[in-house]
Write a protein that binds this ligand. Structure first.
Ligand code: BGC
Length: 772
């Protein structure tokens, strides 16, 4: 746990330069715009500890899965998100000394990530070995208004000397991944070109043959007057740059502006890529840095209007929640239905930048409420596009007749994770994908989605479950054997309550969805069922399983059992574990973890969170009280579900305590792993803790409902959400709740147990005293 980020409502601030914190800060100050992103590596040379990271959405490398004991059905490859060309580089030389913060004496160092504007600023003073001192101010952003463009303004002022200054902006494609085996590099050069102030490099990934063209255009200024300086070209392997040397005087500010673009063959033909990159650079250069910056600020201001959470009385909480919202929008903007949300976004290599069930279970609720409807719709369409691959994936494992098993980890629809207990067994992800469709329709009311995309996916998923269960003649019930639930600290278990529940729910919902499509679009229904070769008996098969499924329970304790035999385990509580044993995933052997009763993350409780309407409070409480004390929360996805359930159980103190565990997870490097990248998907969980937990927001019967409480640590909190054409500002204070409807749409809103009318452009205020 670290505590070096200065508290501020809108900015993430680091003051003073501590090289030991640099990799953590590189993650925290990362920039992205949904299409590309980068760690906060320095522009100038840095020979200290650093993890270079530049990423382009959708570009990956299929690293061969290598395991000693190959099991049939293993995925062929493990997808790596690729470290791509670095376009931020600017080498700075003063006479013949290189500016390098690892060797210079650094003072007045300050990094500020302005979340309202989407801009990173770094200022410092550096005294070189020779005693020459410079002041630097670097400003950069990845444009969210034009997501192929990034820009840097790098200003340098000699403090105590006149002399030669050499600036060498470059694009370096000779990069490798930190996680590459044997230092393997994944890019080959297609072409490069330097034309005066412009430079372009086109690189191709090995195997996947993605091409990415990175271009830049530079301009040099003295006290904001443009300079015309001779440019020398630099060419090295997969590296191009320009050198500009000039005589400078003390206190004269020299500014290099570098406007960059990243275009990939995912969006253009390979032949057109260079031409298109030139066009993007020309357009962005014509606008200039200030205009690009203005557009960036405006685009971010719009995002904040739709999504901000304001917390009064706790600056550190305020900073944290905005940081989470900011990073989520830097990762995914919803413009492209082929893209998704990697658990580390654009901030590191871990988790391969791939899509997990995190998207459906955690991120969809966030985007539903904070972004235009098409954003979460695109997340759903992403899976629809990959339905064919999910059917192939299931077929590889022996399923048939259109059964679909979505991958646990994917870049393009193919499974690309290589642990059998996860890929073969952690099949609950299929259920989360179906649940997200339900959640989307419940929130938006967009039932037409079912006919267009949703039903086909639901049928594929339901078919999988139908084939995955088997009839136990012993129990005279259906069972599901050999699975891994969300709690990955158990593998190959039988009858994971959560997975069994999801399976039957999916079949129920698929049948219900079919009914909706049939009544609303009968022709489409007939053609869709024909196209998936739907057989009459399938509904009946599902109904039989729904009726006769086995769910493990312990009647005496009144709890659902995480799996068969869970109570045979030695029942120890987490509070009785010595601190030196934690986290158990770092301290214990894997077999010991598997034999223990300890739970990595919400499992039974994940089911009670999804389907809370089906259970009374007493049941939820008994299960919560039983499972939480056995949960080590060693996944960052865990605390938020517990926070929301605790809030539902009116345990406000614990709801807040769980919220705190992830709210500043990365800002305070809580788990000592922020340097690898940020926990992007769990950031959505933190948002859920506030909105679904503290404000108790739900959608029931097409209406928003709130069941709010104010954490005692806060004076008030307010958030903005979009719901069915209305933008609502919800404000919760110690006196009660107010909801302002900023659009011309009339709504009915539930607060606790009462329904209120909220006409368009009006405000509803309900005092605590009135709440029942
Ligand atoms: C969790 C999974 C999650 C993955 C990626 C794992 O540690 O157990 O539930 O999908 O991380 O965030």
């Amino acid at each position: 746990m670290k505590n070096y980020i200065k508290a501020d409502e809108w900015n993430i601030i680091e003051e003073g330069f501590d090289p030991h914190l640099n990799k953590i800060s590189e993650s925290i100050f990362s920039l992205g715009n949904g299409r590309m992103g980068q760690r906060a590596n320095f522009e100038e040379t840095y020979t200290g500890e650093t993890l270079p990271g530049n990423y382009v959405a959708g570009v990956y490398y299929p690293d061969k899965t290598r395991v000693g004991w190959w099991k049939n059905g293993y995925p062929e490859y493990f997808a790596k998100v690729l470290n791509a060309a670095n376009w931020v580089g600017i080498e700075v030389r003063i006479a013949d000394e290189v500016l390098d913060l690892a060797t210079a004496e650094v003072s007045e160092f300050k990094r500020v990530l302005n979340m309202h504007a989407g801009v990173l600023e770094r200022t410092f003073t550096a005294k070189l070995k020779s005693g020459k001192t410079v002041k630097v101010k670097a400003t950069r952003f990845c444009s969210i208004a034009d997501d192929e463009v990034g820009a840097i303004r790098y200003s340098i002022t000699p403090v105590n000397f006149d002399g030669k200054l050499t600036l060498s902006p470059f694009i370096d494609g000779d990069v490798k991944n930190q996680d590459s085996n044997y230092d393997e590099k994944f890019w080959t050069l297609v072409s490069d070109e330097i034309i005066g102030t412009e430079a372009y490099i086109k690189l191709r990934t090995k195997k996947t043959e993605f091409e990415v063209c990175t271009g830049s255009n530079i301009g040099l200024y003295k006290n904001s007057e443009k300079l015309d300086v001779k440019i020398a070209e630099i060419r090295k392997e997969k590296f191009i740059g320009q050198t500009l040397t000039l005589d400078v005087k003390a206190n004269e500010e020299i500014t290099l502006v570098k406007i960059a673009a990243n275009l990939s063959s995912e969006n253009y033909s390979k032949e057109a890529l260079l031409k298109e990159t030139k066009a993007v650079i020309a357009k962005a250069t014509a606008k200039g840095f200030d205009t690009l910056l203005k557009e960036q600020k405006e685009a971010w201001a719009t995002k904040w209007e739709e999504s901000d959470i304001v917390i009064e009385g706790d600056v550190s909480a305020q900073q944290a929640i905005r940081f989470n919202i900011f990073q989520l929008f830097q990762t995914y903007t919803g413009k492209d239905d082929r893209l998704n949300i990697g658990p580390k976004g654009f901030t590191g290599e871990k988790y391969g930048g791939s899509t997990y069930w995190d998207t459906e279970a955690y991120c969809v609720p966030f985007y539903l409420a904070t972004a235009p409807q098409e954003v979460s719709r695109n997340l759903l369409i992403y899976r629809h596009k990959q339905l064919g691959k999910a059917i192939e994936n299931a077929a590889k494992l022996g399923f048939k007749d259109g059964a679909a098993l979505y991958p646990m980890v994917t870049m393009n629809g193919e499974e690309c994770h290589n642990e059998w207990e996860i890929t073969f067994e952690e099949i609950h992800r299929n259920g989360a994908i179906a649940f997200a469709i339900y959640n989307y329709i419940r929130y938006t009311g967009d039932e037409a989605y079912l006919a267009e995309y949703g039903l086909e996916v639901l049928i594929g998923i339901a078919r999988f479950w139908k084939q995955r269960v088997n009839w136990s003649s012993n129990k005279q019930q259906y069972v599901m054997l050999g699975v891994t639930g969300p709690n990955e600290y158990e593998n190959n278990i039988n009858n994971n309550w959560y997975t069994n529940l999801l399976a039957t729910w999916c079949m129920k919902y698929a049948a219900e969805a079919a009914g909706i499509v049939k009544s609303q679009q009968p022709e489409k229904y007939t053609s869709l069922l024909e196209s998936v070769n739907f057989k009459d008996h399938e509904f009946a098969d599902w109904a039989d399983i729904i009726e006769k499924m086995y769910y493990p329970e312990d009647q005496e304790k009144g709890i659902f059992l995480q799996q068969d035999g869970y109570l045979d385990k030695e029942q120890i509580l987490v509070k009785d574990l010595p601190a030196s044993d934690r986290p158990i995933n770092q301290k214990w052997s894997w077999d010991r973890i598997l034999r223990s009763c300890f739970i990595k993350q919400a499992d039974v409780l994940q089911g009670l969170y999804f389907f809370e309407e089906d259970y009374d409070l007493e049941t939820i409480k008994r299960n919560f009280d039983f499972y939480e004390p056995r949960t080590v929360h060693e996944s960052s996805l865990s605390p938020c579900v517990h926070s929301i359930l605790a809030a539902k159980l009116n345990d406000e103190a614990r709801a807040y305590e769980f919220y705190l565990r992830t709210a500043r997870l990365d800002l305070d490097d809580y788990n000592n792993d922020t340097e690898d990248g940020l926990h992007i998907t769990s950031m959505a969980g933190t948002w859920m803790s506030v909105v679904e937990g503290f404000a108790g927001m739900r959608v029931r019967d097409g209406k928003l409902q709130f069941n709010p409480f104010l954490p005692t640590q806060w004076k008030s909190f307010a958030f903005t959400i979009g719901f069915r054409g209305a933008t609502l500002k919800v404000n919760i204070t110690e006196n009660g709740i107010s909801i302002k409807n900023n659009n011309d749409v009339d709504l009915e809103i539930g607060i606790r147990n009462q329904i209120y009318k909220l006409a368009g452009n009006t405000e509803l205020e309900v005092d605590n005293a009135e709440l029942v």
